[in-house]
Design a protein around this ligand. Structure first.
Ligand SMILES: Cc1cc2nc3c(=O)[nH]c(=O)nc-3n(C[C@H](O)[C@H](O)[C@H](O)COP(=O)(O)OP(=O)(O)OC[C@H]3O[C@@H](n4cnc5c(N)ncnc54)[C@H](O)[C@@H]3O)c2cc1C
Length: 490
């Protein structure tokens, strides 16, 4: 069922739970439990929460829950996220007078407790298709009182997932026209965020961001932070539109030519970390890209295809396919062909540890693995080669899938995302792809090899580039150690 609201298209909001008892005169505040869309600007869930608060003449607050463990996130991902949230906290409270509350533990406990403590009547949340988040929401629906209504707003997709399609789509071809048909309705400018009319009673609790960040960095030190990608909404807009190095302002022209060249990482937009953590809205990126389409139509069309069609297809897969991360989630033809070849002889079989340490006989694959480990963002073209080789070098498709998802989620700054699950499923299980000429191990799954890469780009140049990344990282780590030792001695 859709919930109506003035600025939002009704189709963007779903009612997860309708209060079964009326609060009468005592309507409580609105709480927005922010999960996936960690931004103030261009956020339909926040806009909806503020608007509902206006209508009921009640205050509004934003709550965020930091899970003790979420899909294996390490210092790299958590540091980026928390630094972004620290800015968001400041911006929400200082510019918009909306309090921000941070909780730790399980959202199934902390969010219903907060809703009950502050007497909220409406809980708004954003949308994620991943099963952990959906299970958590089901539990929250059960735990809040009968006076509480829960709205879910798809603030991540340009066309809300449930409005784009009501079923599992077969490929980009089948979802593209459905999305395009809805773009005139959904790809619109955002309204301004209105200041709250009623003030929150009491102050939000103080958050010691420095200690919190120190703690997660210590606990997740196995995968350290990256320093080339500044977190936060402001930095995200800079990457999109900045005058110095912005994608649309300075790099767009090269996108159609360079995006498949791993030696030119800046040929891609570089937006995936921000899109993943919701520090920028895909709708904002699409609006800005479309406004300059006549300058570079080919590049804008290619970018919008990835940003909207491919990205939203990934959400569709994870939402409608419960087995989105296992062989069971592959199409029948793919499962059959993979099983037919499951026992084919492999030239090499590597363990998870050997793969993780980049100890294969293929220097190109090792470089791609190390690009991910050092830099935190493997080039998009290499991600395909990387995952397909894991299929070739492990004991079967299930193991290949398990290892590729594990490594992707552990090291990629944009990992633990529907795009990551689908990227691995596409590479290993042919999801959203078609059958190709049958060959050993792969069966009819699309194949990629070293010779093909050599024809496409300067393989040795890429290997040398990653080696330099490793050397720079080592130098920085040594100088940091040196500084720390000096501090200890003085
Ligand atoms: C094995 C494998 C693993 C992947 N893991 C992830 C992941 O963990 N997180 C992630 O965001 N992407 C993943 N991708 C998809 C894609 O490689 C990245 O989105 C892209 O490289 C990110 O860089 P960019 O933002 O600079 O790309 P751009 O080309 O500038 O793309 C802009 C945006 O479009 C979307 N996009 C681009 N390519 C795809 C695609 N193939 N499928 C869905 N959406 C796409 C992303 O949101 C991206 O940020 C994976 C692909 C494969 C084959």
């Amino acid at each position: 069922m859709a919930a109506n609201s003035a600025a939002l298209q009704p189709g963007r909001v779903r009612i997860l739970k309708e209060a079964s008892k009326s609060a009468g005169q005592n309507v409580g505040p609105v709480v927005y439990w922010m999960f996936r869309d960690q931004r103030v600007r261009d956020n339909w869930a926040l806009i909806h929460a503020v608007e509902q608060a206006h209508k009921a003449n009640v205050p509004v607050a934003v709550a965020f829950n930091l899970f003790d463990q979420f899909l294996g996130a390490k210092a790299r991902q958590l540091g980026f996220m928390l630094r972004g949230l620290r800015q968001l906290h400041r911006d929400l409270e200082e510019t918009h007078q909306i309090p921000f509350f941070l909780f730790r533990g399980n959202a199934e406990d902390t969010i219903p407790n907060f809703v009950s403590e502050c007497g909220a009547s409406l809980l708004v949340t954003d949308f994620s298709p991943l099963r952990e988040v959906r299970k958590c929401k089901e539990e929250i629906c059960k735990r809040v009182s009968d006076f509480v209504t829960i709205h879910e707003v798809d603030a991540h997709n340009v066309v809300p997932l449930w409005a784009a399609s009501e079923k599992l789509e077969y490929s980009a071809r089948t979802i593209r026209s459905k999305i395009n048909k809805k773009l005139p309705e959904y790809l619109i400018e955002f309204p301004m965020l209105q200041p709250p009319v009623t003030k929150w009673v009491g102050t939000s609790r103080l958050i010691d961001w420095d200690s919190l960040i120190d703690e997660v960095l210590r606990k997740g030190a196995e995968v350290p932070e990256i320093d080339w990608c500044e977190p936060g909404e402001k930095a995200a807009m800079e990457v999109l539109m900045g005058s110095k190095n912005g994608f649309l302002t300075t790099r767009l022209k090269g996108y159609s030519l360079d995006r498949n060249n791993p030696l030119k990482p800046r040929g891609l937009s570089g937006l995936s970390p921000y899109l993943h953590f919701g520090q920028i809205s895909a709708q904002r990126c699409a609006l800005e890209a479309r406004s300059i389409r006549k300058l570079c139509p080919e590049a804008v069309d290619a970018f919008v295809e990835e940003l909207i069609v491919r990205r939203e297809l990934a959400d569709n897969f994870c939402f409608y396919q419960p087995h989105y991360d296992s062989l069971q989630g592959a199409w029948e033809w793919a499962r059959k062909t993979l099983m037919d070849h499951a026992f084919d002889k492999r030239e090499h079989i590597y363990t998870k540890e050997q793969l993780e340490k980049a100890q294969t006989a293929d220097p190109l694959w090792n470089a791609s693995q190390l690009e991910m480990v050092y830099y935190g963002k493997m080039h998009g073209f290499m991600r395909m080669y990387w995952a397909k080789k894991i299929l070739e070098w492990t004991r079967g498709p299930e193991e290949a899938l398990e290892i590729s998802i594990y490594l992707n989620n552990k090291y990629e700054i944009d990992g633990r995302d529907p795009n990551g699950y689908v990227g691995c499923m596409w590479s290993v299980c042919g999801v959203h792809d078609q059958g190709w000429k049958e060959r050993p191990i792969f069966g009819k799954i699309r194949y990629m090899n070293y010779a093909g890469c050599k024809r496409k780009f300067d393989v040795d140049g890429y290997i040398a580039y990653v080696k330099r990344l490793g050397e720079t990282k080592k130098r920085k780590a040594e100088s940091l150690l040196g500084r720390k030792a000096k501090e200890l001695c003085t």
